[in-house]
Design a protein around this ligand. Structure first.
Ligand code: SF4
Length: 492
């Protein structure tokens, strides 16, 4: 029997999906790339954009039509707005929050679907002596009734810490992994619905995080990203019994010392960024020289309307610290153009910030109201053409500043993590600062598999990428480095 999963949205949903895979495979299901072949179809939903929500409705519409001719179980989890939850309950067989994942086998069983693992047990029991006083099923639920696991008496906090995070993920890559360190968000930016879909911030126990990172590093993983909506507020929800983010980084740095790995974190919030966090990155070789620091806007009034809780002057202080403490670090950001009410002078301030902070990469989004977010009640009053113009102007600045920083790399030999091949057949990878590199084939004709570290001499630079030739033998992933768990297959 087979399953097919569709994670939508961000890296957090992909990471959550890796844990759903583990639960389904323990039940005996096998992955299939083809929805048509699956017995269980699941979506890990994203509520950030209307497009993603529309995709959920279109998928379930199709899947429910398939149900007339076959036995099929459908579920949805992930980021679900309260208003969508009710509608999903009418359409999907199971709707559950990600912290309820450990109860999924129960839900499937009570739904009346025999799992492959259960069928194996039944086969075994047919040849075994009668069970005698075996316990009857305690909570029968009529087949066909949609199920929603009620929240436990202690709410999400207890569930996610004691259940979901203890599920071992089935990683989708053999050399690159995401490790969740917290869930939810307390910031309530007006353009974002995450606090309503994932709830308040909950920090994962540090011992579990450190163990997962150490296990990954020892089994050969070369790139690990600590994930959270606000990674640098890690531990603030449990001040009395948990370490803070900078201490977590120190512990991870110490436990991974000497291993060939780059460890990242995303995304920090500018308000919670401290010198201690930057000093922790500087203190350990395995902590990568790359900081993602979303600015969103270069205008204080827009930042207030966004409820970002910092001013441009405060953001500038953080960037000054980054340049001082981590002079080699690349700096990435997120920006929204055309936010509700954003005037031309306000946009010009964002343009000025873009020039001042000399980003290596910026993820620039044209504002669109997100269902469930506070700003969705305000007019989306900047015309689409105007948003496009603002995006274009910011992109031009980015290309100039990032291009100049990339040009300074020409002639240097830098380590690159090989990720695969591009469409033209060149090796492709990223520097420690996550700048994409296109690499010529090594002269010796030997293959350089994904997951290898390769020293590359940078021969030319483009605005957002580098080009180079191999300089020395690669550090290959070895058999001893093989990951301990099956690599999952999920469709994107
Ligand atoms: S910090 Fe703001 S944008 Fe990020 S998850 Fe929280 S509310 Fe959303």
């Amino acid at each position: 029997m087979r399953y097919h999963l569709i994670p939508l949205g961000c890296q957090m949903n992909l990471s959550d999906t890796e844990r759903i895979v583990t639960v389904l495979e323990k039940l005996g299901y096998e992955a299939t790339e083809r929805e048509e072949e699956a017995d269980i179809l699941g979506i890990v939903a994203c509520s950030v954009r209307q497009k993603a929500i529309d995709r959920v409705y279109s998928k379930i519409h199709k899947w429910n039509e398939w149900k007339h001719g076959r036995n099929l179980l459908t579920f949805v989890s992930g980021c679900i707005l309260p208003s969508d939850r009710e509608k999903f309950l009418e359409r999907f067989d199971l709707v559950f929050t990600i912290n309820e994942l450990p109860a999924l086998p129960e839900m499937i069983r009570h739904y009346g679907v025999p799992t492959p693992a259960a069928l194996t047990v039944v086969d075994a029991e047919l040849t075994a002596p009668p069970a005698g006083d075996r316990e009857p099923d305690a909570r029968p639920v009529p087949a066909g009734a949609p199920m929603l696991t009620p929240a436990g008496p202690h709410g999400v906090t207890e569930d996610i810490r004691s259940g979901f995070w203890r599920v071992k993920p089935t990683y989708t890559s053999s050399f690159e992994a995401y490790v969740p360190i917290q869930n939810g968000c307390d910031k309530f930016c007006t353009f974002c619905a995450v606090p309503y879909t994932r709830g308040r911030e909950v920090s994962r126990p540090s011992a579990e995080i450190i163990n997962e990172v150490e296990r990954l590093v020892k089994s050969g993983y070369r790139s690990i990203t600590l994930l959270g909506q606000n990674v640098n507020s890690y531990g603030l929800d449990r001040r009395s019994d948990e370490i803070g983010f900078s201490q977590l980084l120190h512990e991870i740095g110490e436990r991974t010392a000497g291993y060939p790995v780059w460890i990242y974190f995303t995304s920090p919030h500018p308000r919670d960024m401290t010198d201690e966090v930057l000093e922790a990155v500087a203190a350990h070789d395995t902590l990568a020289n790359q900081i993602h620091l979303p600015i969103q806007s270069g205008d204080d009034k827009v930042l207030i309307r966004m409820n970002r809780n910092y001013r441009v002057s405060g953001y500038r202080e953080v960037v000054t610290s980054i340049r001082k403490i981590l002079p080699e670090a690349t700096l990435f950001t997120d920006i929204i153009v055309g936010f509700s009410g954003e005037t031309e002078p306000q946009f010009q301030k964002t343009l000025a910030a873009m020039e001042e902070f000399r980003y290596d990469m910026a993820f620039i989004a044209m504002y669109s109201p997100r269902p469930g977010a506070a700003s969705a009640r305000w007019a989306d009053d900047i015309p689409q053409d105007e948003k496009k113009r603002r995006l274009r102007e910011l992109t031009e600045v980015l290309q100039t500043t990032a291009g100049a920083r990339n040009a300074a790399q020409v002639g240097r030999v830098v380590p690159v993590l090989v990720e695969g091949r591009d469409r033209q057949g060149y090796l492709s990878g990223r520097t420690e600062g996550r700048v994409p590199v296109r690499i010529e084939e090594p002269d010796d004709g030997n293959d350089v598999p994904p997951g290898s570290f390769l020293d590359v001499e940078i021969t030319s630079a483009r605005p957002l990428s580098l080009y180079g030739v191999p300089s020395g033998a690669p550090l290959l992933p070895t058999a001893a480095d093989a990951p301990e768990q099956t690599v999952a297959s999920v469709s994107r």
